[in-house]
Write a protein that binds this ligand. Sequence first.
Ligand SMILES: [Zn+2]
Length: 263
Amino acid sequence: MFEDAFKLKIVPEGLEKDAAKTYVPGVRSALYKIYLSASGKALLSSIRYHGYVVTIIPYLDSDICGADVVPDYDQNSGIVMPTVRYSPDKFRVGGTCTHLPGRGWGESIFFHELVHALRDISQSKRRDYKGVVMSGGLYRYDNFEEFIAVLCEDIYVSERGNPHALLGDHRGIKPLAPELTGSFKFFASSAMTFRYVDRFCKENPGFTKALSQVRARFNPLAAYYQDRAKALSYSSQTSAYERDAAGFEGHFFERPRSPTLPP
Ligand SMILES: [Zn+2]
C-alpha cells in the first residue's frame, strides 16, 4: 500500500460500515496528491526517514471545519507520538470546509497537519519542549509550531501555483500581505523571522534542505539556504521593526478569534 511506504497508517476509527470503507481510499488519494508535489515528496520522505509510524484517523466532529494532531507522549523516551485527525469528506461538496475561498484546501490543511506530525516524530519536541509564543509582527501565528506549519504549507501552496491565497498567519484565512509575499521579503515579517527560520533549519536540516529545493515563487527556505546574510538583512529592515511595534499591542490586547481554519 502507498501509505505503508511512508510509515503512515490510515485507521477509520469510529466510522460505520460504508463511511469506514470509503475513508481509507479518500485519505490515500489526498496523500497521493500531496506526494505528486516536490514539497509533498520532501515531507513524506522525511516522515519515512524518522521511522515512526504516523497514524491518521477521522476528525469526527461533523459540525466544524477541523483537522488536528493529537500528541501522545511516550513515558520512557519522552518522544511525542502524533495521531493526525483528518477527514477528506470535510472538503467535498456538503462538507464543513467548503466555505474556504479557492481550491485545494483539503491537501493544504493535510500537509499542514503532517508538518506538525513530522516535528513530533523528528523529536524536535520532547516532553520538556517549551513552545515559543509568537509576538510582535508574528503574533498572529500564535506559536513557533504554527509559524513553521503555516510557512511550509505556504511553500506547498506556492509550488502548486496558488490554488488559494497564501496564509498570512494562524488566525484565519487572511492572505499574506503583498509586501511579505516573496522568498526574501517574508523575512521582513518581524525582526525575529530570521532567527525562527534559522532555528527550524537547525532542528530539521534534512526536511528544510529538501523543501528549499522546491521550485516555488514563495520559498523562504530557499532564500535562507541561498543567502543567509541577505535573508537576515530583511529581518533587520525598519519595516520589520515597525511590524513588531504594531504587533506589540495586538499581542497583548487582541484575543485570538476562534479560527476559521483547523489548528
Ligand atoms: Zn497547525
